[in-house]
Ligand binder design. Structure first.
Ligand code: ADP
Length: 682
């Protein structure tokens, strides 16, 4: 129950959430990438720096080891040189000379002594490079350093050294000195005093002291002597220490090297890596900026697309795009609605054949030619052109087409764009207005004809009256008892008088009709109406070889009508029928059937309207009435005959309708036409 009550989140919230998620996903990836790249770069820079430090340290260690080995060799050689002075057999007169020459070669020595086995000095020679440094008295009675060295030498039977000790100089200050004691084969010792500072200068060599500091230190790190460049500020120090293990003494050689600051960029490799890292980060930043721009462009594009779609969907003009091969590539909803085909049908159909599904079959050929002309580059008229399309249900409708070349962003034509306006409604309105225009013109002509008829009837009344009175006069002159030829003349004159009278009546009726004066209707037997027109009908029938058949129902009521006008209607219909048979092939026989029967009116609702009506019909076996003619049959002045006026049927209908009846027609069987009209009966 609870779940049923849960309210689903609104749509906008869902879409906002989805947007947020996709945004987060995208930026999250970027974040991870940035973190990874930064970590990588920091590691690479750190490694490069460390590598550099290790390199420097290793070089320094190597140099120090080399220096130690040089030192050892040098000391060893010195000891050998010292030993070599006994070769001559230790002559007290010649030794000092040999010692002095040795001292000249070895600047690191301060003094050479020859001592006996009890370490008492026998001979001593000082270096010529210094003032007499060592005060004999300052060495002390025990001379512990020399004793230490010689004890070790005696023990080892080889040269040995004393630990370094400070010897004050006569002029003030002092030097750090180390004693070398070499046992003599003949007993006694040769003692050489090393100046540690000069040992560094002479035995370590200038290369090591360049740019770095070289020093002798005690094992505990106490500096004894130092040589070389002192440390500059803003540099990083690298230190290497090596033990010089000498018999009887141990010294440390310490080398302090330094490299210029900043330490972060100790060499080209690190600088290169850093430069690449900066470039990488810059690329990342640019990429991020580009992505942001792309996102904005994507959003703008989506908005533009949505706007375009809304516009296409709401526009009522049909739109269609075709490529240069005539295939439909796009249609909007309005076009689909216009022709009744779905976009898939329209686009798929044009893929196989060049014929569009909305082309009427009978015009397809013409349209194909038009399309071929267009595809060949023929420009359509700017003001558009009219055409006819077919809906899916087969109905045709007129359209107004505007076509224009479809130019893409590179100014290359890729096809044709067409706009369609369904103009069926416009056409219908035009047709209506044309028809009403025609009706207006016809009415105007009818009015003129009416005026003429009225004038004619007025003008004819007098001649007709004159004919009647001359006829009466002639009859009177012939007298009532005329015989022979005279009797025949009298008969003819009587007929003339009758026809003149009839003509007078017709003219009067027409006059009244035109003036729309209500005629007093009279009850006339249908037979009487037929009989009145029959002589004239027969006259024309004889001429055209037509048989007249008359059929009247028994016991018909009388018709309430204007006798003369109804006679004219009958006469007109009969004449039309006979003329139709005259023009048509008369193989089926030329018969004109006149009939009068009773009908039950269906005109009005209710029982009181169910009056008795008479139906008059005139049937022929003529050419019949085509559909085209049928539509305009009752239009005034419509005629198919060269000598026709086209007023007959129009007048007939007016007369019948004035009587409250209807005039209609239908095809006769097997051919021809039946005209029927109804009149009210008494
Ligand atoms: P008119 O006789 O002067 O031509 P109508 O109004 O009587 O004028 O007839 C109009 C047209 O109708 C005729 O031209 C004829 O084509 C056609 N028409 C009338 N009656 C018939 C008929 N019975 N059979 C065939 N066509 C007819």
């Amino acid at each position: 129950m609870e779940s049923a009550l849960q309210v689903a989140p609104p749509r906008w919230a869902l879409s906002a959430f989805a947007r947020l998620r996709s945004l987060w996903q995208r930026w999250f990836l970027w974040l991870i990438l940035a973190v990874l790249v930064s970590a990588l770069l920091i590691t690479v820079v750190w490694l490069a720096g460390r590598h550099e430090v290790e390199q420097v340290q290793a070089t320094l260690d190597r140099d120090t080891a080399d220096a130690v080995s040089d030192l050892r060799i040098g000391l060893q050689r010195n000891a050998q040189s010292l030993r070599a002075t006994q070769v001559s057999g230790m002559d007290p007169t010649r030794w000092p000379e040999a010692a002095a020459s040795l001292l000249r070669e070895h600047r690191e020595w301060l003094r050479l002594e020859w001592r006996d086995a009890a370490l008492r000095p026998l001979e001593a020679v000082n270096t010529p490079y210094r003032m007499r440094l060592i005060d004999e008295e300052s060495r002390g009675a025990d001379q512990s350093d020399v004793a230490l060295a010689c004890a070790a030498a005696r023990k080892l039977g080889a040269p040995a050294y004393s630990p370094s000790h400070y010897v004050p100089i006569l002029g003030g200050g002092g030097v750090e000195v180390m004693e070398l004691c070499v046992p003599i084969d003949a007993g006694g010792f040769l003692v050489a005093s090393y100046s540690l500072r000069d040992t560094l200068i002479e035995l370590v060599g200038p290369t090591l002291t360049r740019g770095q500091e070289v020093a002798f230190t005690e094992a505990d790190g106490t500096r004894l002597v130092a040589l070389g460049t002192s440390r500059r500020t803003g540099t990083r120090v690298f230190t290497s220490q090596q033990l010089i293990d000498l018999p009887g003494a141990a010294l440390m050689l310490r080398v302090d090297g330094w490299r210029a600051a900043p330490d972060l960029f100790p060499n080209v490799l690190t600088a290169l890596v850093t430069a690449i890292s900066i470039a990488l980060v810059s690329v990342l930043v640019l990429l991020a900026r580009d992505t942001r721009r792309r996102l904005r462009a994507e959003r703008d594009l989506a908005d533009a697309l949505a706007f375009r779609k809304a516009m296409e969907d709401s526009v009522i003009t049909g739109l269609r795009a075709r490529d240069l091969q005539g295939r439909i590539t796009y249609v909007n909803p309005a076009f689909c609605e216009m022709v009744g085909f779905s976009p898939e049908e329209l686009m798929a159909g044009s893929g196989e054949s060049i014929e569009a599904p909305y082309w009427p079959t009978e015009l397809a050929h013409e349209y194909q030619q038009r399309q071929a002309r267009r595809l060949a580059g023929g420009m359509p008229p700017r003001e558009g052109f009219e055409s006819v399309f077919m809906r899916k249900d087969g109905t045709r409708f007129p359209v107004l087409i505007f076509e224009a070349p479809l130019i893409n962003a590179h100014r290359v034509q890729t096809g044709w764009m067409s706009a369609f306006i369904d103009i069926s409604e416009q056409r219908r309105i035009e047709e209506l207005s044309r028809a009403s225009q025609e009706r207006l013109q016809a009415s105007a002509r009818l009015a003129t004809v009416g005026e003429m008829a009225s004038l004619l009837s007025h003008e004819l009344t007098q001649p007709l009256a004159a004919i009647a009175s001359y006829a009466t006069g002639s009859l009177n002159m012939l007298g009532p008892h005329a015989k022979g030829e005279q009797a025949e003349v009298a008969m003819a004159v009587r007929r003339i008088a009758e026809q003149a009278d009839r003509a007078g009546q017709v003219i009067r009726s027409v006059h009244d009709f035109v003036r729309r004066r209500d005629r007093t209707r009279e009850a006339v037997a249908p037979q009487a109406l037929i009989d009145a027109v029959l002589p004239l009908v027969r006259l024309q029938a004889r001429k055209l070889g037509v048989n007249i058949e008359v059929a009247l129902e028994d016991g018909l009521p009388r018709a309430m009508c204007d006798r003369t006008l109804v006679e004219q209607v009958l006469l007109n219909l009969a004449r039309n029928g006979m003329q139709a048979m005259d023009t048509a092939d008369s193989a089926g026989g030329r018969v004109l059937r006149l009939r009068v029967a009773r009908v039950v009116a269906v005109g009005g609702p209710g029982a009181e309207d169910a009056r008795r009506w008479l139906e008059f019909s005139v049937a022929d076996f003529g050419s019949g009435i085509s559909e085209e003619v049928a539509g305009r049959l009752f239009t005034p002045f419509f005629t198919t005959r060269p000598d026709g006026m086209g007023l007959g049927l129009s007048l007939c209908r007016t007369v019948v309708e004035q009587h409250g009846g209807v005039l209609m027609f239908e095809p006769n069987s097997p051919r021809g036409t039946v005209f029927r009209f109804t009149l009210p009966s008494t």
